[in-house]
Design a protein around this ligand. Structure first.
Ligand SMILES: C[S@@+](CC[C@H](N)C(=O)[O-])C[C@H]1O[C@@H](n2cnc3c(N)ncnc32)[C@H](O)[C@@H]1O
Length: 280
């Protein structure tokens, strides 16, 4: 239970109100423990004595929101993260997606794009990429710029390569990038059917008629009411029989949208929408 007299929490409440009223970003429903840790770190990075010293920057500063959003968000990612999830997508979901002439995929909370390139590779190998359109969204502009560039540190390559083979990748992973000055640059043709867009799950609207939504390791940072909002957004955005992939620590269990879905992969956290939208 949050202590209402805790000064740091009062400062955080005031800061989050200022952020929402001045810039429209709503972090008030993020889980407090993680948010507090991130704001403490941001205060130190910005060389401020108190978290409330960030409020004048939010009210009067120029271009401060990009750093603030970046400071608040956790953007850790890797390619083919949890390889067994991508294996299931390849083996169980793609055959179903192949029945559609056009396939819309939404990767919500795409961070620096690793998941997006993983899917592009998978769809290419399964010969469905030409009819896929991927909408890759995030709240964090800095991450989106990195995602669009598709340039990563060479240090991540070993993990990414191992994940790719564990996910039943069919080709040679190094065919999908080239290396220059210790940086890995993803092949341009993987970006062909991808659009990167700013979208805030806490306040923005649906994407219509998606065949699949990936939103992995994002809900974990949200309070239960915000998770409810986002799950409803996904329910409204998916076509009937569309799929939802969540992070391995996330679930639709006990949510209001639970009854709209059936579980396809319990461990993989992949669900299929079985009920049409109300009014659809
Ligand atoms: C840990 S990363 C997940 C990356 C990737 N999906 C994965 O599982 O590897 C969480 C991402 O969620 C994004 N995020 C946080 N709040 C968001 C919001 N309200 N709307 C959209 N994205 C958000 C963060 O900016 C961050 O990039």
């Amino acid at each position: 239970m949050e202590d209402k007299t805790d000064i740091e929490q009062i400062e955080i409440d005031l800061l989050l109100d200022a952020v929402e009223r001045r810039h429209g970003y709503d972090f008030r429903e993020y889980s407090r423990a993680s948010l507090t840790r991130r704001l403490r770190r941001l205060r130190v990075d910005m060389k401020k004595e108190h978290i409330s010293d960030l409020i004048p920057l939010v009210l009067y500063g120029q271009g401060v929101m990009e750093s603030l959003v970046d400071g608040i968000s956790v953007t850790v990612s890797e390619m083919f993260r949890d390889p067994y999830v991508f294996k299931m997508v390849r083996e169980k979901i793609v055959p179903y997606l192949k029945t559609y002439p056009k396939v819309n995929i939404w990767v919500a909370g795409c961070a620096t794009g690793e998941e997006v390139y993983s899917l592009a590779i998978l769809f290419k190998e399964e010969e469905i990429y030409d009819r896929v359109q991927i909408y890759a969204t995030d709240i964090n502009e800095k991450s989106l710029k990195k995602a669009k560039a598709g340039i990563y540190s060479e240090d991540q390559t070993k993990t990414n390569t191992n994940n790719y083979y564990k996910s039943m990748g069919r080709e040679s992973f190094n065919d999908y990038y080239f290396t220059k000055f210790h940086k890995v640059m993803m092949a341009r043709d993987l970006m062909k059917n991808v659009v990167f867009l700013t979208h805030n799950l806490a306040v923005d609207r649906v994407f219509n008629e998606m065949q699949m939504i990936f939103c992995r390791n994002v809900l974990i940072y949200f309070s239960i009411p915000l998770q409810e909002r986002v799950l409803k957004l996904f329910d409204d955005s998916l076509c009937k029989n569309g799929f939802l992939a969540l992070g391995t620590k996330e679930h639709i269990r006990f949510s209001k949208t639970e009854k709209s879905f059936r579980t396809v992969g319990k461990k993989e956290k992949i669900f299929q929408k079985i009920m049409p939208r109300a009014g659809a």
